[in-house]
Design a protein around this ligand. Structure first.
Ligand SMILES: [Zn+2]
Length: 234
């Protein structure tokens, strides 16, 4: 089994003893699986997927959101996400400073006081996410200011239920959703660029999208990945 990416969407390729290729979107978790015969070359698989990318996207958007959201307790073994990748959480007790450390590639370590509550552990985790996302936003703002010839006066990170980002044009201040730390970093860049384009064009006008196309030609693909949860950029 291997993965292939098309328009920012990851497709699992499973080779089997079958005659034709089949695509399936799993409604439970949004996985897309392509079953195909052993002998089909990768080029043909790519063409097959490309021709059906609209169908895939349509199915992804129509898939139902899970009814019951599993609340993470932030205990050892829980799965948490950092920049789009799942990490296995390890929780340790400490009498010293509480905080989060990156371990090996697939692990993340959370240090907390004895008998801490899930709420407290979540807060430690969120504080760490906030630092990560702020650093990354600074990198993107520095990268895009000279390209776009705009200046961001101030930025912040907060929890937002319905938006990935907002922009106060008068104060030249942008706000980004803390949740972005859990998503692919390319999505954060897309939202940062989106909010910065608002400094050039207030409304989601034709000009706005022309500027988006000019600066970040693949912004639509990045947005597709973000749309999995139904929250939109402003
Ligand atoms: Zn907007």
């Amino acid at each position: 089994m291997s993965n292939l990416t098309e328009s920012g969407i990851t497709i699992e390729v499973k080779r089997k003893k079958i005659k034709n290729m089949y695509l399936r979107v799993y409604s439970s978790d949004g996985r897309i699986v392509l079953s195909c015969p052993w002998h089909v070359p990768e080029g043909s698989i790519r063409i097959f997927v490309r021709e059906r990318i609209h169908w895939i996207k349509k199915n992804l958007f129509q898939r139902k959101q899970p009814v019951q959201k599993i609340e993470v307790q932030y205990v050892t073994g829980d799965q948490v996400h950092v920049w789009g990748k799942g990490k296995s959480l390890m929780v340790y007790e400490t009498t010293k400073a509480q905080g989060v450390l990156y371990g090996s590639d697939d692990k993340i370590m959370l240090y907390t006081k004895k008998n801490s509550t899930a709420e407290k552990r979540k807060k430690i985790m969120d504080d760490w996410y906030r630092v990560q996302v702020k650093e990354m936003i600074m990198t993107f703002i520095s990268k895009w200011e000279p390209v776009m010839n705009v200046k961001v006066q101030e930025f912040g990170v907060k929890k937002m239920k319905t938006r990935w980002g907002t922009c106060n044009i008068r104060d030249r201040r942008i706000w980004l959703n803390l949740e972005l730390a859990k998503r692919d970093v390319n999505c954060l860049e897309m939202v940062v660029v989106h909010e910065m384009v608002h400094l050039l064009e207030k409304h989601h006008s034709k000009r706005f999208y022309l500027l988006m196309d000019q600066f970040l030609p693949d912004w639509r693909e990045r947005e597709t990945i973000l749309r999995f949860t139904g929250i939109h950029s402003c």
